[in-house]
Design a protein around this ligand. Structure first.
Ligand code: PEP
Length: 347
């Protein structure tokens, strides 16, 4: 039975984009045929089918009509992030988003050590089906950019100052980073919030400066253990996201990545459960949807970070709203990082 809400939606015509192995075919179907096809496809639905991309992504005709809200009884999640939202209809939003595995080296690796690690990483992740980023200390950036030229590894910095230039001794501007060939930058990591007086407001200033300078910010948000226990995680993360994105245009948002990093899970060996990660990543997507609209939210890459490792990566990355990971400790070991990259490729 198609739920009442979904039936209202089903009166509208849809574009059907078929992701078949031989490429994409886009066809407009009549309402009558559409119902028949949806039913037929429903019979073929299986986790294996989703793995082979042999599923359909139904896109509302105008691009403005909201995708039918999932009926609780019909909400089913598939391994690669597809979600059965009504009879015969799967959204494969996750398939359309960029999965990004980013290493955060923190204050580790001299330039000489970086050279050795990158030499191991290049062959280890060369077949990645996701975007691979290494965010390295400022002193390793030149080495990293030079060594990764012509490979699938992208380079990020771990911070950026919000002014363009001037009397800010010890700081690094967005232009300085882009001039080197740096693409990404981590902003608002909890260690910077905790030890270097980073606030939501400075995160916002850095985000805007990064975007204006052509960098892709990876904005970190997340709650402390106390905040989680007080039950304010969602409100807190919503506020962090809203302030970080204040003044960021919809066009700029396309270059933004948000990383949900529960502080209690960073470097502690304690990982959020996959359900906890999913819950907050979905909340982040929701608030971005409220700010920029559903399409923008569907396109946003939301990462999880916090003791992700080869053992837990697959489960975390299999969640529909977890599009990748920000990896600290495990990014310092090429073999461990490569396993996480593989998990994201599957996820
Ligand atoms: C991080 O530094 O962003 C992080 C998630 O660290 P770890 O994976 O070591 O917890």
């Amino acid at each position: 039975r198609i739920p009442a809400g979904a039936r209202r939606q089903s009166r509208r015509a849809f574009y059907v984009k078929a992701f078949l192995s031989k490429g994409c075919a886009r066809r407009r179907v009549s309402e009558r045929n559409r119902r028949r096809r949806l039913l037929a496809r429903r019979l073929k639905l299986s986790p294996q089918a989703t793995d082979e991309n042999r599923v359909c992504h139904i896109i509302p005709l105008t691009g403005h009509i909201r995708t039918p809200a999932p009926h609780p009884a019909l909400r089913t999640t598939f391994p690669r992030g597809g979600r059965l939202i009504m009879e015969g209809v799967i959204t494969m939003d996750k398939q359309n988003r960029k999965a990004i595995i980013a290493g955060n080296w923190k204050m580790n690796k001299t330039a000489t050590e970086a050279k050795a690690l990158i030499s191991e990483l290049i062959p280890a992740v060369k077949d990645a089906g996701c975007e691979v980023v290494i965010c390295v200390p400022f002193t390793d950036l030149v080495t990293a950019v030079e060594m990764t030229k012509g490979t699938n590894i992208h380079v990020g910095a771990e911070n950026v100052h919000f002014e363009k230039s001037g009397a800010f001794t010890g700081e690094i501007s967005a232009d300085m980073l882009t001039d080197l060939g740096v693409e990404y930058v981590v902003i608002g990591h909890s260690e910077r919030r905790q030890y270097f007086a980073e606030t939501n407001e400075t995160v916002n200033k850095r985000t805007k400066a990064a975007l204006a300078g052509g960098l892709k910010p990876i904005i970190c948000v997340g709650e402390s253990l106390d905040q989680r226990e007080q039950g304010v995680t969602e409100e807190l993360v919503r506020m962090q996201v809203k302030i970080a994105l204040n003044g960021v245009t919809a066009d700029e948002l396309k270059n933004v990545v948000i990383a949900y990093e529960p502080i209690w899970a960073i470097g502690t060996g304690k990982t959020a459960t996959a359900d906890q990660a999913e819950e907050v990543c979905a909340a982040i997507r929701k608030v971005v949807g409220e700010l920029y609209g559903e399409d923008a939210a569907k396109g946003l890459t939301v990462q999880y970070g916090g003791s992700m490792n080869p053992k837990n990566a697959e489960e975390l990355l299999g969640k529909p709203d977890v599009d990748g990971g920000l990896i600290g400790g495990a990014s310092l070991k090429a073999d461990q990082f490569a396993v996480i990259v593989d998990a994201a490729t599957k996820g």
